[in-house]
Write a protein that binds this ligand. Structure first.
Ligand code: NAI
Ligand code: NM2
Length: 502
């Protein structure tokens, strides 16, 4: 596929994770630099599309278009912006199935999960539309009738850089607060999952945002760096790995630009012997197997109090083995395909290494070939539970980003807290117990940005989400995120004479 207006710096090839292709040729409208163009995505074997990454010229065009749109959008009242955003949410609702199906093709996750991702995106846009009209400053009385007031102002052109695990949802979680505050955004999806962010751009355009307000540029590392270094970019919001997050922070520091970083995790889930076992098992599955285990907040270190370990392991293995793997477009499927062949290989190599280091594979951990011949080329694996794990094993220390749960026994609360916190990451953590005092005491000591008591991996858009330590900076969702997409201007107003010292 070519885009004549673009300079070619290489080709991004997108393969279909599930091995299947819904349609031989998918026609899509692609919104780039605020204009709409029709492009054709040809399927050759399992290649869904080839995209030309944007170079310096296109990145500059996108930022310029966003800057122009910012001029209009930032002058509108919050209520006016809210109206357009609500319209975008309505369009998402009406296209729920279409977007979800495309997300399945894009990412490989099950249609059931893809629908929930689309819902989360819509709710996020609705939520920030609601907040748009509440943005306000403060009035501060000063001596002699003088006063000061603060204005909450947008930052300007914000850049969003997305990961491949929640492509549509991430684009919404970043653009909704940005747009609500009066900013514009240039968004770069992961080159592995380039498709659905474009659908969001189309939806915003249809809802009536000024042309160029939300632009999608395609590309990988180079395009991402160009965006971060562009002098007219005011802020970068990134979701992805820790090493890339560090690079982004470094680039942003040159222009003293604020960053939001949603990075990796190796989160602990603490299951005490007084837990409701049924809920603890459900929680452990939710903590490990959503999106084929490719979730930053996953609770992959499952610490289980020794007394209930055999019972817990038996049940968790039974449920894991029952997870239906296969065609992600089927209603009954609960686990689809991993995102790419190299990623599948990487996850499987973590399982191999775990075995070598002494862990026991209690179930799964192998590549899986679905019986349906059209899915044969897909990147499937059986979800894995590892037993006999110890804190020094690679599977317990490193983010695997696949369906691999490590189970670790513990004896006391103090011991498990010390072990749970013994990591440079701190995105999420969870505790299962019926003892209300223990639950709150434990979360007080857990060094993680998002803590769950008796549940795991729920992310209502009304509450902030983000990490401690190397898991990131800033928050997404919730009221607080307004502060990460706006700046305060203080205005001093003198009502008397200038009291000069000179
Ligand atoms: N915590 C999380 O949510 C995620 C973690 N990961 C982890 O990272 C590993 C690698 O996955 P990748 O997709 O390669 O993650 P990545 O962090 O390299 O890429 C994420 C995004 O950043 C862009 N990017 C890469 N280098 C850049 C640079 N120098 N400047 C600006 N943008 C840049 C990519 O094109 C992509 O859009 C995974 O195997 C997984 O372990 C991946 C995705 C999400
Ligand atoms: C929605 N949830 C909690 C499963 C994942 C959200 C964070 C991410 O982008 O990985």
């Amino acid at each position: 596929m070519t885009f004549p207006a673009l300079k070619t710096t290489g080709i991004i090839e997108m393969t279909v994770p599930n091995g299947n292709c819904v349609q031989p040729v998918v026609f899509m409208k692609v919104c780039l630099l605020g204009r709409l163009s029709y492009l054709t995505f040809h399927v050759v074997g399992r290649v869904l599309c080839q995209l030309e990454p944007c170079g310096a010229v296109e990145v500059d065009q996108a930022v310029k278009a966003a800057k122009l749109a910012f001029g209009y959008w930032s002058k509108m009242s919050g209520m006016e912006r809210a109206r357009v955003m609500i319209e975008a949410a309505h369009i998402i609702e009406s296209k729920r199935e279409e977007i979800a199906e495309m997300e399945v093709v894009n990412n490989g996750k099950s249609i059931t999960e893809a629908r929930l991702d689309v819902d989360s995106a819509r709710l996020c846009i609705e939520y920030y539309a609601g907040l748009a009209s509440t943005l306000a400053g403060q009035h501060v009385q000063l001596p002699g009738g003088s006063f000061a007031y603060t204005r909450r102002e947008p930052l300007g052109v914000c850049v969003g850089i997305g990961a491949w695990n929640y492509p549509f949802q991430i684009a919404a979680w970043k653009s909704a607060p940005a747009l609500a505050c009066g900013n514009s955004m240039v968004f770069k999806p992961s080159p592995v999952t380039p498709v659905t962010a474009v659908m969001l751009a189309e939806i915003y355009a249809k809802a009536g945002v000024p042309e160029g307000l939300f632009n999608v540029v395609q590309g990988g590392q180079e395009t991402g760096s160009l965006l971060c270094q562009h002098p007219d970019v005011a802020k970068v919001s990134f979701t992805g790995s820790v090493p890339t997050g560090q690079k982004i922070m470094e680039m942003a520091s040159k222009g003293v630009k604020p960053v939001t970083l949603e990075l990796g995790g190796k989160s602990p889930l603490l299951i005490f012997k007084d837990s409701d076992l049924e809920n603890a098992v459900r929680g452990a599955l939710m903590a490990n197997f959503l999106s084929q285990g490719q979730v930053c907040s996953n609770g992959t270190r499952v610490f289980v109090q020794k007394d209930i370990l055999p019972e817990f392991v038996k049940e968790v293995v039974k449920r894991t083995q029952a997870i239906e793997i296969g065609d992600p477009l089927l209603e009954s499927t609960r686990m689809g395909a991993l995102v790419s062949q190299p990623h599948l290989d990487k996850v499987l190599s973590f399982v191999d290494r775990a075995k070598k280091e002494g862990a026991t594979v209690l179930c799964g951990g192998e590549s899986y070939v679905p019986s349906d011949p059209k899915l044969r080329g897909g990147y499937y694996m059986t979800p894995c539970v590892l037993g006999n794990c110890t804190d020094d094993m690679t599977c317990v220390k490193e983010e695997i980003f696949g369906p691999v749960m490590s189970v670790l026994p513990f004896e006391t609360e103090d011991e498990v807290l010390q072990r749970a916190n013994d990591t440079s990451l701190g995105l999420a953590a969870g505790v299962f117990t019926r003892d209300v005092r223990r639950a709150h005491r434990v979360v007080e000591h857990l060094k993680a940005g998002s803590c769950f008591i008796n549940n795991y991996n729920i992310t209502p858009v009304e509450v902030p989400f983000g990490g401690f330590k190397m898991s990131g900076i800033g928050r997404e969702n919730g009221q607080v995120t307004i502060e990460f997409y706006s700046q305060l201007k203080t205005v001093f107003v003198e009502m008397g004479d200038v009291d000069s010292l000179f």
